[in-house]
Design a protein around this ligand. Structure first.
Ligand SMILES: NC(=O)c1ccc[n+]([C@@H]2O[C@H](COP(=O)([O-])OP(=O)(O)OC[C@H]3O[C@@H](n4cnc5c(N)ncnc54)[C@H](OP(=O)(O)O)[C@@H]3O)[C@@H](O)[C@H]2O)c1
Length: 284
């Protein structure tokens, strides 16, 4: 089957694309920089914010006499994600796509911007779909807002106070996405995806201290302080408020409540194993 992975150069997309390839599927991967995509993956130049690229994946498949049947949707980091994803979904259906798997987030429910609005739209269509709602990714510790303070200042910065998060591996999310894209039937249209354990930032700082062999501290900041921190580390101004507000949800037990729900997909990989496996990245 031909499957399209949008965000295919990102944390979950790269892993999902490899799983699909290994299972024998023809895999199209969208990116703004096709040089990032290695054969036998089929890279397609595509930008959510440039509508002239909207039909590029379907043209690429047609040129290979293939038809894309399923799509993994990772939207761009903008507040009005539905304004670009919904028209793309319409086009994909017109081109023969029958199944969508949307990457959303644990705290974003159906109808809520940004991804929940897309989920609500999928709900109105006669297609198979699944919304994956993962918790915080392990791989966030390799991106600038966590990576730089860890390496340069021996600290992790957050407004989440002593709130606990069920950190999830992108490999586990990719496993869940693979199942949703390829299983005969989608069992759960709204699937929470959490890691195996709840952790505070103090506990995470202690793990880094143990693995790296130098003291790593948790720097507690206000929501405003967190917004400023994200702004300084490559986040779009339009989303920093929303992301720092998530820390307050964590602080008041929002992610702990998600973890305690019965119906969810629980990943196997632990954050401690992730830190051990990537130890070299944070060595100065
Ligand atoms: N990180 C977390 O902890 C977390 C937790 C829950 C949910 N989520 C959700 O997961 C999704 C992915 O977030 P992430 O931060 O982990 O990012 P990511 O998947 O690591 O990277 C973003 C991907 O999107 C692509 N992309 C970005 N802007 C694009 C554009 N304008 N047009 C086309 N492609 C574009 C990038 O491709 P190119 O750069 O190659 O074009 C890249 O493949 C987001 O919707 C986020 O809300 C994240």
């Amino acid at each position: 089957m031909a499957i399209l992975v949008t965000g295919g150069t990102g944390k979950t997309g790269t892993r999902l694309a490899q799983l699909l390839l290994a299972a024998g599927h023809s895999v199209y991967v969208t990116t703004r920089s096709v040089g990032k995509v290695q054969s036998p993956l089929k890279g397609v130049k595509f930008d959510w914010l440039d509508s002239s690229t909207k039909d590029a994946p379907f043209k690429a498949a047609a040129a290979n006499n293939e038809q894309i049947e399923a799509v993994y949707l990772v939207g761009p980091p903008i507040a009005d994600m539905a304004s670009v994803l919904n028209p793309f979904i319409d086009l994909a259906i017109e081109k023969g796509v029958t199944r969508f798997v949307l990457l959303s987030a644990s705290q974003v429910t159906k109808g809520q911007p940004p991804m929940g609005v897309v989920q609500e739209y999928l709900d109105t269509l006669k297609v198979d779909y699944c919304t994956l709602r993962p918790s915080w990714f392990h791989e966030n510790f390799l991106v600038p807002h966590n990576f730089r303070p860890l390496v340069n200042e021996d600290q992790i910065v957050s407004a989440a106070e002593d709130g606990r998060i069920p950190w999830i591996s992108s490999d586990d999310i990719a496993d869940a996405a693979f199942n949703a894209l390829t299983s005969e039937q989608i069992e759960e249209r709204d699937l929470l995806v959490v890691g195996p354990e709840l952790l505070t930032y103090e506990q995470i700082a202690a793990m880094f201290t143990e693995v790296l062999g130098r003291k790593i501290s948790f720097k507690r900041v206000s929501q405003e302080g967190m917004s400023q921190h994200l702004l300084q580390h490559e986040f779009h101004p339009g989303v920093t408020e929303m992301l720092s507000a998530l820390d307050l949800i964590v602080a008041t037990g929002g992610e702990e409540a998600i973890y305690k729900l019965e119906s969810k997909y629980v990943g196997k990989r632990t954050l401690l194993d992730f830190i051990r496996a990537n130890k070299e990245a944070w060595i100065r």
